[in-house]
Write a protein that binds this ligand. Structure first.
Ligand SMILES: [Zn+2]
Ligand SMILES: [Zn+2]
Length: 142
Protein backbone atom coordinates (compact mmCIF):
# COMPACT_ATOMS: atom_id res chain seq x y z
CA UNK A 1 0.00 0.00 0.00
CA UNK A 2 1.46 3.31 -1.07
CA UNK A 3 0.07 6.52 0.37
CA UNK A 4 0.22 9.64 -1.73
CA UNK A 5 2.56 12.19 -0.26
CA UNK A 6 4.41 15.35 -1.11
CA UNK A 7 7.20 14.95 1.41
CA UNK A 8 8.62 12.05 3.34
CA UNK A 9 9.14 13.19 6.88
CA UNK A 10 8.58 11.96 10.37
CA UNK A 11 9.18 12.72 14.02
CA UNK A 12 12.11 10.86 15.44
CA UNK A 13 10.05 9.53 18.30
CA UNK A 14 7.83 7.74 15.79
CA UNK A 15 10.68 5.35 15.04
CA UNK A 16 10.42 2.38 17.38
CA UNK A 17 13.42 0.31 18.37
CA UNK A 18 12.72 -2.29 15.70
CA UNK A 19 12.58 0.40 13.01
CA UNK A 20 9.84 1.83 10.85
CA UNK A 21 9.02 1.39 7.17
CA UNK A 22 7.14 4.03 5.19
CA UNK A 23 5.74 3.48 1.70
CA UNK A 24 4.74 6.59 -0.18
CA UNK A 25 3.93 7.62 -3.70
CA UNK A 26 5.25 10.89 -5.07
CA UNK A 27 4.02 12.82 -8.02
CA UNK A 28 7.18 13.49 -10.05
CA UNK A 29 6.21 17.12 -10.59
CA UNK A 30 5.69 17.86 -6.93
CA UNK A 31 8.88 16.13 -5.95
CA UNK A 32 10.89 17.97 -8.61
CA UNK A 33 11.97 14.75 -10.29
CA UNK A 34 12.74 16.29 -13.63
CA UNK A 35 15.80 17.40 -15.46
CA UNK A 36 16.67 17.99 -19.08
CA UNK A 37 16.28 14.70 -20.91
CA UNK A 38 14.46 12.92 -18.12
CA UNK A 39 10.95 12.70 -16.84
CA UNK A 40 8.88 10.26 -14.89
CA UNK A 41 5.65 9.08 -16.48
CA UNK A 42 4.00 7.76 -13.34
CA UNK A 43 4.16 8.44 -9.62
CA UNK A 44 7.38 7.29 -8.03
CA UNK A 45 6.88 4.67 -5.32
CA UNK A 46 9.31 5.02 -2.47
CA UNK A 47 9.72 2.55 0.37
CA UNK A 48 12.01 3.71 3.15
CA UNK A 49 13.06 1.68 6.17
CA UNK A 50 14.21 3.85 9.09
CA UNK A 51 16.43 2.45 11.77
CA UNK A 52 17.57 4.49 14.74
CA UNK A 53 20.84 3.71 16.48
CA UNK A 54 21.50 6.20 19.22
CA UNK A 55 22.25 9.50 17.46
CA UNK A 56 22.18 8.06 13.98
CA UNK A 57 19.27 7.23 11.72
CA UNK A 58 19.96 4.96 8.77
CA UNK A 59 17.43 4.91 5.97
CA UNK A 60 17.25 2.14 3.41
CA UNK A 61 15.44 3.40 0.35
CA UNK A 62 13.87 1.62 -2.60
CA UNK A 63 12.32 3.67 -5.39
CA UNK A 64 10.41 2.61 -8.49
CA UNK A 65 8.75 4.33 -11.36
CA UNK A 66 8.36 4.54 -15.10
CA UNK A 67 10.80 6.92 -16.74
CA UNK A 68 11.25 8.51 -20.11
CA UNK A 69 14.76 9.43 -21.14
CA UNK A 70 15.98 11.17 -24.25
CA UNK A 71 18.65 9.25 -26.10
CA UNK A 72 21.91 11.25 -26.01
CA UNK A 73 22.66 10.40 -29.66
CA UNK A 74 19.42 10.34 -31.62
CA UNK A 75 17.23 12.35 -29.20
CA UNK A 76 14.38 9.84 -29.34
CA UNK A 77 12.38 9.35 -26.15
CA UNK A 78 12.79 5.93 -24.58
CA UNK A 79 10.57 4.56 -21.84
CA UNK A 80 11.97 2.20 -19.28
CA UNK A 81 11.26 1.12 -15.75
CA UNK A 82 13.32 2.80 -13.05
CA UNK A 83 14.43 0.97 -9.96
CA UNK A 84 16.85 2.41 -7.45
CA UNK A 85 18.18 1.38 -4.06
CA UNK A 86 20.34 3.45 -1.79
CA UNK A 87 21.09 4.18 1.85
CA UNK A 88 21.05 7.51 3.61
CA UNK A 89 22.22 8.27 7.10
CA UNK A 90 21.58 11.19 9.42
CA UNK A 91 23.14 12.52 12.56
CA UNK A 92 20.08 13.32 14.65
CA UNK A 93 21.53 14.46 17.95
CA UNK A 94 19.32 17.22 19.35
CA UNK A 95 16.82 16.93 16.48
CA UNK A 96 13.16 16.03 16.65
CA UNK A 97 12.16 15.48 13.07
CA UNK A 98 13.63 14.18 9.87
CA UNK A 99 12.70 15.12 6.30
CA UNK A 100 14.36 12.89 3.74
CA UNK A 101 12.53 14.15 0.64
CA UNK A 102 15.35 16.27 -0.79
CA UNK A 103 17.99 13.60 -0.31
CA UNK A 104 15.81 10.99 -1.98
CA UNK A 105 15.27 13.30 -4.94
CA UNK A 106 19.02 13.95 -5.19
CA UNK A 107 19.88 10.26 -5.12
CA UNK A 108 17.30 9.44 -7.78
CA UNK A 109 18.51 12.22 -10.08
CA UNK A 110 22.17 11.31 -9.54
CA UNK A 111 21.53 7.72 -10.51
CA UNK A 112 20.72 8.63 -14.11
CA UNK A 113 23.34 8.35 -16.80
CA UNK A 114 24.41 11.72 -18.21
CA UNK A 115 24.16 10.40 -21.76
CA UNK A 116 21.57 7.67 -21.89
CA UNK A 117 21.23 5.65 -25.09
CA UNK A 118 18.01 4.29 -26.60
CA UNK A 119 19.87 1.08 -27.37
CA UNK A 120 23.40 -0.11 -27.52
CA UNK A 121 24.96 0.94 -30.79
CA UNK A 122 22.44 3.71 -31.48
CA UNK A 123 23.59 5.27 -34.75
CA UNK A 124 22.48 8.77 -33.86
CA UNK A 125 21.62 11.60 -36.18
CA UNK A 126 23.38 12.49 -39.39
CA UNK A 127 25.41 15.63 -38.60
CA UNK A 128 24.62 17.03 -42.05
CA UNK A 129 20.88 16.52 -42.49
CA UNK A 130 19.69 15.47 -39.06
CA UNK A 131 18.20 12.21 -40.31
CA UNK A 132 17.83 9.52 -37.65
CA UNK A 133 20.25 6.87 -38.89
CA UNK A 134 18.56 4.13 -36.88
CA UNK A 135 15.52 4.42 -39.11
CA UNK A 136 17.07 4.80 -42.53
CA UNK A 137 20.35 5.71 -44.12
CA UNK A 138 20.43 9.21 -45.54
CA UNK A 139 21.45 10.45 -48.97
CA UNK A 140 24.16 12.81 -47.79
CA UNK A 141 27.62 12.41 -49.23
CA UNK A 142 30.13 12.02 -46.47
ZN1 LIG B 1 19.27 6.68 -29.86
ZN1 LIG C 1 22.38 13.01 -43.81
Amino acid sequence: MFLEATRMKLSLNEIPEEGLTLSEKFSPGEMGLQMPGLKFLSPVEVTAAFLKEQDLVVVNVEARGEQELLCGRCLEAVKSPYEGRFDLSYEVKGKFALDVTDDIRQEILLSFPLKPLCKEGCRGLCPACGNNLNHSPCQCKR
